[in-house]
Design a protein around this ligand. Structure first.
Ligand code: SF4
Length: 264
């Protein structure tokens, strides 16, 4: 097979990952629950910050049944700093469903609360080893630049390695702002974007986030932080944020104060 074919590029990618791939705690497991926890945490927070939080989480709640048995208030307190507390609530609900009914078949993973197409693909790839590509922002960028005609196909038995390799490459080499095309990219040979000098142009736009300062997210976060610190804030302190959290089932009310869900 010619070295410049896409198949050869995929082989180089897998070899590169074997030599350079990051050692991350969720790469030492094939357990669906642990992959779900990691992927949910990674959706809003950077890898380096997630690693210790992930390890603490799975040490505290090593199984769906253990997580399901915890009060939601404790789960939200543990989630502090990881952003988007609805994700923690969804994880809690998903754990309860799995504890009661077991895991759904692979093609029904999206029936679980908070599990969308990306997370379902990640579970299939990273836990089950299927040749399914979880396409996050990093992977989308690598595919757009290096394989504009579509992914050439995953070699037999390499689903996990290919998925992880594309993530690492997009995060550390084929980055949005400073791609290292000529200093360590295993896919440089035959890369259409680099050959044409249009790498910067072939960069899918990331979804823009609205500013955090002064946002409802920030105000809700302030209440959840206070609860996690043992405070019982008055509803009147920020009635709109309190109403929003109550509507989402993320806090409970006791008289004129807010309390964690499930608090004794
Ligand atoms: S050569 Fe550049 S654009 Fe192409 S895959 Fe590598 S880092 Fe990305």
């Amino acid at each position: 097979m010619a070295e410049t074919t896409d198949d050869a590029a995929v082989a180089r990618l897998i070899a590169w990952f074997g030599a350079e791939g990051a050692d991350l705690p969720w790469r030492r497991t094939r357990d669906r629950y642990r992959i779900l926890v990691a992927e949910t945490q990674l959706q809003a927070t950077q890898v380096a910050r997630v690693a210790p939080r992930y390890e603490r989480w799975v040490a505290r709640w090593p199984t769906p049944a253990a997580l399901a048995a915890a009060p939601l208030g404790d789960v939200l307190a543990e989630w502090q700093g990881l952003g988007y507390p609805r994700r923690a609530r969804n994880l809690h609900q998903t754990a309860a469903r799995i504890a009661a009914e077991g895991w759904p078949p692979a093609d029904r993973l999206q029936d679980l609360p908070g599990v969308g197409a990306y997370t379902a693909a990640a579970i299939r790839c990273f836990a089950d080893g299927e040749a399914v590509l979880p396409v996050d922002t990093n992977v989308r960028r690598v595919l757009a630049r290096r394989f504009p005609g579509g992914w050439p196909g995953t070699p037999e038995g390499e689903g996990w390695a290919v998925g992880q390799a594309l993530m690492d490459l997009g995060r550390t080499v084929c980055s949005a702002r400073a791609p290292r095309c000529d200093t360590g990219c295993p896919l440089r040979r035959g890369c259409p974007a680099a050959d044409a000098g249009v790498v910067a142009e072939v960069t899918p736009r990331a979804r823009r986030q609205s500013p955090y300062a002064g946002s409802m997210r920030q105000r809700r976060g302030a209440i959840l932080r206070a609860l996690a610190a043992g405070e019982r804030p008055e509803l009147g302190r920020d009635p709109d944020a309190a109403a929003s959290l109550l509507a989402d089932g993320l806090v409970a009310r006791r008289g004129a104060r807010l309390v964690p869900v499930g608090a004794p």
